[in-house]
Design a binder for this molecule. Structure first.
Ligand code: SF4
Length: 308
């Protein structure tokens, strides 16, 4: 979630005159440290997080490990996020202090408690903390993480959790690779969340995992707007939430091009490259065959799905 919220934390800590130590961008060393310390069963993003913590634990007095419970009312983040501080404490020896309080971002009180508590671990000056808090909110509000490339002959919708889509080591630099092949990218942050809600409301049972709702809503939006020629879903091997999200999306895509890349620490880059290239070749052939129009079968599929 660093990719989403780092402007807030950076601005807040800077205003409190704290020296910030950043771990390096995810790399092989970080991954190896994560694999060394984390339990085997965890998904790759959790292992990578362990690696980041282990890499800076000797350089600072406090490590921020946000225990994010939810960002929006009625939607929950993965349970692994909720237990992240305990996982870290039990797996990595000789840690400095770490943050452990939960954050429910949909409740102002919860967010206030977390931010003010963090501020108090740095200074006793309440006024300074509140000033830093206001500034951090302003900085965060002006930040835009979305990608919506223009002027490419093809465009791919990259679906998946923010740390899968935006961490270039995890996804083996897929955005750059696609751009180098002349393919643009659009990510879920470029689409208004209201449209996700409408799609979720059409489901028989509404999922309460935020990542499922976002990925499903985003993919349905792409299917309807055709703001991309295909969808690539970047997933972590062993992610329980994605096992549901991907099935829900697969049930709806019909013949719309859809590629799932499941990644773990053993995934080879050459294999991923081959699959991406094959997918793009398929898109080119499809365009030659159908033009840039919707397949004649799609309308039928939507109608058919309505009856299921
Ligand atoms: S949502 Fe999936 S990938 Fe993310 S932390 Fe949970 S299990 Fe891992």
């Amino acid at each position: 979630m660093y990719y989403r919220y780092h402007p807030f934390l950076k601005a807040f800590l800077k205003e409190l005159d704290a020296k910030i130590i950043f771990s390096e961008k995810t790399n092989k060393r970080i991954l190896d440290l994560g694999v060394k310390y984390c339990v085997d069963e965890a998904c790759l993003p959790i292992k990578i997080f362990h690696g980041h913590v282990a890499s800076i634990k000797n350089q600072c007095d406090l490590i921020i490990v946000p225990r994010i419970i939810k960002e929006k009312g009625g939607e929950f983040i993965c349970p692994k996020f909720c237990g992240l501080p305990e996982m870290i404490i039990n797996s990595i020896p000789h840690l400095p202090a770490i943050t452990r309080k939960p954050i429910s971002m949909d409740q102002k009180k919860s967010l206030d408690r977390w931010v003010i508590g963090l501020g108090k671990s740095i200074t006793n000056n309440k006024e300074k903390i509140m000033k830093a808090y206001s500034k951090a909110i302003r900085v965060q509000e002006s930040y835009n993480i979305s990608i919506n490339d223009k002027n490419y002959s093809f465009k791919i919708a990259l679906a998946g959790h923010p740390y899968c889509v935006h961490d270039s080591f995890f996804n083996m630099n897929i955005i750059k690779k696609l751009n180098n092949m002349g393919v643009g990218v659009v990510t879920e942050e470029a689409v208004k969340k209201d449209s996700f809600e409408n799609e979720i409301n059409n489901l028989y049972k509404k999922p309460f995992w935020e990542f499922t709702r976002n990925s499903y809503g985003f993919c349905m939006n792409i299917l309807k707007t055709h703001n991309a020629n295909g969808i690539i879903y970047i997933s972590s091997f062993g992610c329980g939430i994605d096992s549901v999200s991907i099935e829900l999306i697969k049930n709806q895509v019909g013949d719309f091009p859809f590629l799932i890349l499941k990644i773990d620490e053993h995934t080879g880059e050459a294999g991923v490259d081959t699959r991406i290239e094959a997918f793009i070749n398929m898109l080119e052939e499809r365009r030659d065959l159908l033009g840039n129009h919707i397949s004649p079968f799609r309308e039928h599929l939507y109608t058919h799905q309505d009856f299921i």
